[in-house]
Structures are given as C-alpha cells and as structure tokens.
Design a protein around this ligand. Structure first.
Ligand code: SAM
Length: 220
C-alpha cells in the first residue's frame, strides 16, 4: 500500500498495539495516525525516513517505538537524542499525554529541517508535553537534567553515553533502542557505566530482533 489508507492503517496499528498489550484509546491511535500522515506528507521535503510505504511505517516506526513505551513508565523528564523525525520521542509523547500526563519528552537533533518538522508536529497535534531543541548533544547545556535519556538508531553505546552523560540525573538511566543485542558495544562501554538489563522485545508484524539496553552509572 503506497497511498495513505487511513482506515486500514488504523486497524493495523490497533491490532499491533493489542499485540503489545497496550491499552491505547481511540484518540491515541488517531493521533499516532495523524503523526504518520504528517511524516508521510513531509518526508520528501524534510528527508525524515527512508521508509516510504505507510504500512511499513506503521511497523518499523510506530509499533517499533510503541514496543518500548512501557519501559518509560514512571519517568518524568525524558530526552530523545538524535530524534530525527521523532522516533521514539513523538510516539512516546503521544502515549504519555494520556498514560503518564506528568511526563515531559524533550527531543534534540542537529539538523534544523528535522527539528522544524518536530516543532510542526508538536503544534499540529497539540503536544504540550514536548520540547524540541536544535543542537549537537555533546555541546548542549540543558535547562535541567533528565531522569531517562533514550535514542534509536543514533550511535554506538559508548558515543551515546559519552556525548549525553552530562545531561543525565545522578540516579537516571539510559534506555537505548537497538536491533540485535549489541554485545560488542556493551563490552566497550566507558568506565563508570554499567548495563543494568538487556531486554528482548517482540514487535508485532516485524521479523527482526529488537532489544532495549538499560545503562546506569556504576556504583563505585
Ligand atoms: C539515523 S537518525 C535516527 C533518527 C530517529 N531516532 C529514528 O530512529 O528514526 C540519527 C539522527 O541523529 C542526529 N544526530 C547525529 N549526531 C548528532 C548529535 N551529535 N547530536 C544530536 N543529534 C545528532 C542526526 O541528525 C539524525 O537525525
């Protein structure tokens, strides 16, 4: 399906969310599809994703990000580094707006075109729980520290931690969204950091491995 068949995409997303045991409301599903429509519409201008087929976008972007959201339960102040077109940050914010209203989701990217798109998504979807920043994360001083810092398809774990560690609260944690379990990257984590958990994820309709890597400061 190359055209945007809203009803079919909505049904597919609702099925996938059930498969993840996520109790999404009709309003959450509708907002996620609105986001997909914006990404689809603006992709050629903003170069947001190589995935062009809306059906593939449901699986590879929406369900892939939704599979991770339960790991963020209880987080208050989340940063998505290298957010690009908003994955997982926008999906997390749409989920949290109803499920965790006290959560704020900040997104940072170096590319102005991408953060302009994120600002537009925030306005069009009325996501008052979102902040967008344009900067290199390693040079950025945030208004406050974050209790969770996440990324998907951003960098090796050592770079992720080295470049963003100054933004993490003392008792905070990184949650990296990865494909196959990145054992070599885990082995090369910089001193002072420890992997708390590697959690395998099952993404409905996606025939590929997915893992969440939880990293915290090592206790000395
Ligand atoms: C492969 S994309 C992934 C985008 C999104 N997370 C996703 O999964 O679709 C990596 C993103 O990281 C951004 N990026 C690269 N280096 C960065 C840095 N030092 N600070 C902030 N963003 C950076 C790029 O501009 C790009 O949008």
């Amino acid at each position: 399906m190359k055209s945007f068949d809203r009803a079919a995409l909505t049904a597919m997303l609702a099925d996938g969310a059930k498969g993840l045991s996520l109790n999404l409301s009709e309003a959450q599903i509708a907002r996620l599809i609105d986001y997909l429509a914006l990404m689809s519409k603006w992709n050629s201008v903003y170069n947001l994703t190589a995935v062009r087929d809306p059906v593939q976008m449901v699986t590879q972007h929406l369900l892939d990000s939704l599979a991770a959201v339960s790991a963020f339960e209880g987080a208050k102040n989340v940063l998505d580094v290298g957010a690009g077109g908003g994955l997982p940050g926008i999906v997390l914010a749409i989920w949290a707006a109803e499920a965790q209203p006290e959560m704020r989701v900040s997104m940072i990217d170096t590319v102005h075109k991408k953060t302009a798109f994120l600002t537009q998504v925030k306005a069009e979807l009325g996501l008052s729980n979102v902040n967008v920043y344009t900067a290199r994360v390693e040079q950025w001083q945030a208004p406050q520290k974050f209790d969770v810092i996440t990324s998907r398809a951003f960098a090796e774990l050592s770079d992720f931690v080295n470049w963003s560690g100054h933004l993490l609260a003392d008792d905070g944690e990184f949650i990296a969204l990865k494909g196959v379990s990145p054992d070599a990257e885990v082995a090369h984590l910089p001193t002072g950091w420890t992997v708390r958990e590697v959690r395998a994820l099952q993404v409905p309709t996606l025939q590929a491995e997915r893992h969440l890597i939880f990293i915290a400061r090592a206790v000395s």
